[in-house]
Write a protein that binds this ligand. Structure first.
Ligand SMILES: Cc1cc2nc3c(=O)[nH]c(=O)nc-3n(C[C@H](O)[C@H](O)[C@H](O)COP(=O)(O)OP(=O)(O)OC[C@H]3O[C@@H](n4cnc5c(N)ncnc54)[C@H](O)[C@@H]3O)c2cc1C
Length: 303
């Protein structure tokens, strides 16, 4: 790892100040959250920011709160470890906690933030599919004020989002869920740990028991397109229907057709596409069974 080039370092105490620093200092600045992407980019990938604006001293950005309307808000600086272990998240959306638990190692999860995972916009970002499956929204603040957009529309391409360079992702809100909601996130990476997803699949739907009829189906694919994508035709194939193994298989086949994978050093496009089919089927069936008790449990259920 090489030493970084010298850079100016700011630690503002408010969002307005943070955003103003980017605006006033001009191009070439970066916000810093946990640093698990940014520092690697500087030390290994030749990124040379002119200056860095650390967000960690801005108060209130690292909290998880339940709102009066039943929605839940995750501050952008909430760590993966906090999400993985928060009783509220584990109870309401265990598959989101699971997706955070899939990130890197415990050391990485102690620093890596949910906002950094979104803002860095890697197509394989582990928490993005589960958040999109939960219809989450992103609040973005800049000098001109605040705006809220659906997370589904947040990503524009690898490393690109709708945010301008002086805008800050401040929080992510998950709207109130139906009490029948079930879900699952499956990450496929042969190394199991400390590896990015070759394919990630999150599913969420309302399950009517005992007949197993599904509604509000969302299927979201990671690492198989320039951004996380919804497999809308696969969702439609399941909507209002009784979940059977055959139907889950069919939905998986359709999702595989909807994926737009590339071949790279990790995997061929064909292999990724085949894995989308298998994993979508498995995620749909796993979700109906209920959350696994532990990571080890889940490992057995995975493929
Ligand atoms: C060894 C290792 C293993 C990893 N494994 C995984 C993995 O399994 N799955 C996975 O998804 N990721 C993985 N990652 C990537 C990384 O840990 C995550 O993407 C993490 O969530 C990034 O968050 P951060 O707080 O560290 O972001 P930072 O590195 O601080 O920032 C990343 C980028 O986002 C910008 N940014 C950060 N926060 C904000 C904000 N609030 N508003 C606007 N811009 C912002 C920064 O300017 C920077 O460009 C791994 C990284 C390492 C080093």
């Amino acid at each position: 790892m090489k030493r970084t080039e010298p850079f100016e370092f700011y630690q503002p105490g408010s969002l307005t100040e943070a955003s103003r620093l980017l605006k006033e200092n001009g191009p070439g600045g970066r916000f810093l959250a946990g640093g698990t992407d940014l520092v690697i980019a500087m030390k290994e990938k030749g990124l040379v920011p002119k200056y860095i604006v650390d967000l960690k001293r801005v108060p209130g950005l690292n909290q998880i709160r339940e709102n009066g309307d039943g929605s839940i808000t995750l501050g952008a600086l909430t760590t993966m470890y906090a999400i993985e272990t928060a009783p509220l998240i584990k109870k309401k959306y265990p598959f989101l906690a699971q997706s955070a638990a899939e990130v890197g190692s415990i050391q990485i999860r102690n620093r890596a933030t949910i906002g950094g995972n979104m803002a860095n916009a890697t197509p394989s970002a582990d928490t993005a599919p589960a958040l999109i499956a939960l219809s989450a929204t992103a609040k973005i603040a800049g000098i001109g004020g605040e705006r809220t957009i659906s997370l589904e529309e947040f990503f524009k391409g690898p490393g690109q989002t709708v945010m301008s360079s002086d805008e800050i992702l401040t929080e992510i809100t998950i709207p109130k869920i139906d009490s029948r909601l079930v879900g699952e996130y499956i990450k496929f990476s042969p190394r199991e740990m400390m590896d990015l997803a070759y394919v990630g699949v999150a599913v969420a739907y309302n399950l009517n028991v005992p007949e197993k009829k599904c509604d509000g189906v969302r299927i979201v694919l990671g690492a198989v397109a320039p951004t996380p994508i919804r497999a809308k035709r696969a969702e439609a194939a399941l909507e209002g229907k009784v979940l059977t193994e055959g139907l889950a298989e069919k939905a998986g086949q359709i999702a595989a057709e909807e994926a737009k994978p590339i071949s790279d050093v990790r995997s061929s496009a064909d292999y990724r596409r085949a894995m989308v089919g298998t994993m979508t089927k498995r995620a749909l069936l796993n979700a109906a069974v209920g959350p696994a008790k532990s990571w080890y449990d889940r490992r057995d259920r995975r493929y």
